[in-house]
Design a binder for this molecule. Structure first.
Ligand code: HEC
Ligand code: HEC
Ligand code: HEC
Ligand code: HEC
Length: 376
């Protein structure tokens, strides 16, 4: 009996093996490779060709609207309540309204932001948020042009993708729900969180690293800078937070660690890629946008848009990047909308509206950061 069972088992296993080999999924899929560092350092982004194609497909920029007829009266002369776009011609103003509708609320249309009885009315919160968003986009495309967004720039579509609420936003994380009275003391970690790639690393890192401009310069740094300890050094928990934010950053851009670091010495700027410098500025930009544009929307956004801890939605790298190393595959989206490239001077702009400087303040304000290695 035993022998019979063993033979039957062996035969079944053989047939299953043949069946598995014969069906799809056992051959290695075609791979796409992109070298990001010096040869022999294993600095490559390696992904399946299918994955790469899907990513490119998912990040297509929409075609820009046809240009408006030049000339004509200014929007400020035609309309009653324009505070940001007053200097555009009325035709160009309407072109932008149509594009904004496509980018942010294609299903809802103009009524998502407007009371159609009176277009000048500001009663809908969406319109008041959109006005601030216009200023934010102008700020990103001017102040952060040199150090981060370059000629590509951003439009509303970069983040919104045809949705009033962008897909990738974050709130302060209240931690796991203590269903039955016992609150687990987990030190803010040890639960698989999608924010940190389903690892059990600390899940509150966005609030720690992305919310405030005055975050200490060395908040993310954990590597010792001298051979022997000279001071107390940082606790292991800080290293865990650094790894958590790095995993999130890599995922947001659809890359791995070697897109920015040479892992023989992760902290060393001189062997890092230029992408790491772009990322360094990206971190500062995210803090700037969250503090100056998102946090002040607290009283404008209704309570149902606030998070479980009552805070406003905020952004991270994925809000713009959406899993691609360059948002919208690097398309120069702002080219066809020069009015979004920077603040439009307007005669009737109220004194309270801040006019942003056209260029970034100081480039790379970090003395500890030497020039990055050139791209090989
Ligand atoms: C995502 C929000 C949003 C959508 C959608 C939107 N608008 Fe607007 N609209 C605004 C904002 C913000 C202003 C004020 C701009 C400013 O202050 O410079 C404005 C102002 C206007 C004005 C000027 C009204 C006045 O007299 O002051 C008109 C006209 C207008 N929009 C038309 C439209 C039309 C037509 C559509 C649909 C095709 C549309 N808008 C869709 C946000 C929006
Ligand atoms: C850098 C990313 C980013 C860009 C660019 C951007 N937005 Fe937003 N927007 C956000 C985030 C984040 C929110 C908060 C989501 C929420 O309201 O829950 C938001 C919210 C809004 C809302 C409120 C939606 C709601 O129902 O709560 C409107 C309207 C809006 N944006 C319009 C615009 C317009 C118009 C532009 C272009 C001029 C624009 N946004 C560009 C990130 C962006
Ligand atoms: C998109 C670029 C980018 C990617 C991808 C990336 N990093 Fe980083 N990493 C940075 C930047 C920028 C800093 C410095 C941050 C700062 O100083 O504010 C940094 C800092 C670090 C540090 C701290 C170094 C020090 O000075 O103590 C470690 C450790 C680290 N990264 C590990 C990783 C790991 C592990 C991964 C992959 C999971 C990764 N990084 C992916 C850009 C990146
Ligand atoms: C407001 C939108 C926005 C946000 C938020 C943002 N980026 Fe970017 N980023 C861009 C744009 C646009 C480009 C493309 C610039 C270009 O084409 O030269 C870019 C380019 C980059 C590049 C260069 C990629 C390459 O292959 O050349 C890196 C690295 C990068 N971003 C990292 C980050 C990190 C890390 C964060 C979050 C800490 C971040 N970005 C947040 C808009 C954004």
């Amino acid at each position: 009996m035993r022998t019979l069972l063993a033979v039957a088992g062996a035969v079944a296993a053989l047939f299953l093996t043949i069946a598995m080999l014969g069906t799809a999924g056992w051959t290695r899929p075609p791979m796409a490779q992109q070298q990001t560092g010096f040869r022999g350092t294993a600095m490559d982004v390696i992904e399946t060709k299918a994955n790469k194609a899907a990513k490119i497909e998912a990040n297509q920029a929409p075609a820009p609207a046809d240009p408006a007829e030049p000339g004509g009266e200014k929007a400020s002369a035609v309309y009653e309540n324009v505070k940001v776009l007053g200097d555009l011609s009325a035709d160009n103003f309407n072109r932008l309204m149509a594009s904004m509708t496509e980018w942010v609320a294609p299903e809802q249309g103009c009524t998502y932001c407007h009371n159609t009885e009176n277009m000048a009315d500001d009663s809908l919160y969406q319109k008041r948020v959109a006005r601030r968003m216009l200023q934010m986009v102008q700020h990103i495309n001017s102040t952060w042009k040199e150090n981060h967004v370059h000629e590509a720039g951003v439009t509303c579509y970069t983040c919104h993708r045809g949705q009033p609420v962008p897909k990738n936003i974050w709130f302060e994380n209240p931690g796991p729900n203590a269903g039955h009275g016992v609150i687990p003391r987990n030190n803010g970690q040890n639960v698989a969180s999608p924010q940190v790639g389903l690892t059990s690393l600390p899940y509150g890192v966005y609030a720690a690293f992305y919310a405030h401009k005055n975050t200490p310069e060395d908040a993310i740094r954990v590597n010792a800078t001298s051979a022997l300890p000279e001071t107390k050094g940082k606790p292991i928990q800080d290293a865990e937070k650094t790894f958590a934010i790095m995993i999130s950053m890599a995922q947001s851009l659809g890359v791995n660690c070697t897109y920015c670091h040479n892992t023989r010495s992760v902290a060393d700027w001189s062997t890092s890629t230029p992408n790491r410098v772009a990322a360094w500025h990206g971190i500062r930009m995210v803090r700037d946008l969250n503090e100056d544009y998102m946090l002040p929307l607290s009283s404008t956004l209704p309570p149902n848009r606030h998070g479980p801890m009552g805070d406003v939605p905020k952004m991270n790298c994925a809000t713009c990047h959406n899993g691609a190393n360059k948002p919208l595959n690097g398309a120069h989206v702002v080219e066809a909308y020069p009015e979004l490239a920077g603040p439009v001077a307007s005669a009737d702009m109220p004194a309270g509206v801040p006019v942003q400087p056209a260029t970034a303040p100081a480039a790379a304000p970090d003395p500890a950061m030497p020039a990055p290695a050139p791209k090989p």
